[in-house]
Design a protein around this ligand. Structure first.
Ligand code: URA
Length: 437
């Protein structure tokens, strides 16, 4: 028998753990034989001393095997998913899943809730009246088979050790660790029975990875773990200094996603979504190169096929598909308040961190895990760098339900948007592409 504290001491002293030591520890923690305080001590030792690639891969395997693996063998299409490390206004999954399905992929997407100031796909989808994110595994696979995609929340059976460890890391200052994040994300994705996976690793003020260097290391680590497990994994490193799109807040983002699926949104939101979906088509051998993948995606969008898949997914999961035709049926806030620009010029910066905080205080995010959220609140019509603006024109429209919260959000937004006389260079949206091909 391995004594847990000897394993903790070994990592504390900077030594590498064997795959068996890691496997036993995770198994013991999952079984309730190793208490939270010992797991927290090991997580802190990993946070401080890091892990080799081999240790990270072993941790991923151990957490993946703490639960069941999704059996996707009955699906006839290539099975592919995308995971984002999270950002402000990141509604890509809502557009990408039906788009990829419309192009012949099966997308069994298991998503999360908002974390910190970043929004969560589940919270967004739950602003659609009736939409269920808690399908059973059987229901989930049925929707993927019949519609092509389904988006639900984490199940109790998939990588349960990560669920327990993540909650512990959240309250012990051990979230921002590259090996721990790698294992946490990859164990869940590898349990989904995928053929391929695309990672959207976001970096900047509104992301967990603030520097390009850290984001690159995380992306490389995750791609390599996927490769070791025999999966085709690619990663795009994307800009999260500025929010993605013009709407931030749950129902508002669903509205913008539907607009995008109608082909009415171009610019950064569409470009980032298109490139991530193109990477999925490449990894699954559905397109020979980026250019033809982009053409396929433009066709799926332009023909209305992607919107139709979204409509079917919403209906199959108990949601009201009428929101696709009348997005105004989504929850709306009591007050909509335009924020007039104090001057004319060009927008040179929009701070994603400030925008995320403003939406959180409006009630669109949580301050405690058990909090509910207000789906209706947020910002819409938010300007973007490069846009010209006249004095008095709205920089954004604030959607709120509570005067005190509205005041706090306005304060947070006070210096979030910069304006100058000279038009800035367009922001770089994708810093790097790591593809295994
Ligand atoms: N998302 C996860 O699922 N796990 C992490 O550790 C960080 C972000």
């Amino acid at each position: 028998m391995r004594v847990p504290q000897w394993i903790i001491e070994k990592k504390r002293d900077g030594q590498a753990l064997s795959a068996d030591e890691i496997g036993d520890f995770i198994q013991g923690y999952h079984a309730g034989e190793i208490p939270d305080y010992q797991m927290a001590a090991l997580a802190m030792a990993i946070y401080l001393n890091g892990m080799s690639f081999e240790e990270t891969a072993a941790l991923t395997e151990a957490m993946m095997h703490s639960g069941k693996l999704l059996d996707t063998s009955g699906l006839s299409r290539p099975v592919c998913d995308k995971h984002s490390t999270g950002g402000i206004g990141d509604k890509v999954s809502l557009i990408l899943a039906p788009l990829a399905a419309a192009c012949g992929l099966a997308v069994p997407m298991i998503s999360g809730r908002g974390l910190g100031i970043t929004g969560g796909t589940l919270d967004k989808l739950e602003s659609i009246p009736g939409y269920r994110t808690d399908l059973s595994e059987k229901e989930f696979l049925k929707v993927v088979d019949e519609v092509g995609c389904s988006i639900i929340g984490q199940t109790a059976t998939l990588a349960p050790a990560d669920k327990k460890l993540y909650a512990l890391r959240d309250v012990t200052g051990t979230v921002p660790s590259i090996p721990l994040i790698t294992a946490s994300i990859m164990c869940k994705k590898m349990a989904e029975g995928l053929d391929a996976l695309v990672l959207d690793v976001k970096t900047g003020r509104g992301a967990f990875m603030k520097t390009r260097e850290d984001a690159e290391s995380l992306a490389k680590n995750m791609v390599r773990v996927g490769d070791t497990m025999g999966k085709s994994v690619g990663a795009l490193l994307t800009n999260m200094d500025i929010p993605l799109g013009h709407c931030i807040g749950n129902a508002l983002e669903v509205r913008e996603s539907i607009e995008c699926l109608r082909g009415k949104v171009r610019g950064p939101l569409w470009e980032v979504t298109r490139e991530l979906t193109a990477a999925m088509l490449l990894l699954c051998g559905k397109s020979p190169d980026w250019e033809s993948a982009r053409e396929t995606l433009e066709d799926a969008l332009g023909s209305g096929k992607a919107l139709e898949v979204f409509r079917q997914m919403v209906a199959a999961q108990g949601g009201d598909p009428a929101v696709c035709d009348h997005p105004r049926e989504l929850a709306a806030a009591g007050q909509t308040l335009p924020a007039p620009s104090p001057e004319s010029g060009y927008v040179t910066d929009v701070n994603a961190d400030a925008v995320g905080r403003a939406v959180l205080v409006l009630g669109g995010g949580r301050t405690r895990a058990e909090d509910g959220i207000d789906h209706a609140v947020g910002l819409s019509d938010l300007v973007t760098p490069g846009q010209s603006i006249e004095k008095g024109q709205a920089l954004y429209i604030l959607h709120g339900n509570d005067d005190k919260r509205i005041g706090q959000a306005r304060e947070l937004m006070r210096d979030a948007i910069q304006i100058a006389d000279k038009k800035p260079e367009p922001p770089v949206l994708i810093y790097n592409r790591m593809m295994p091909l």
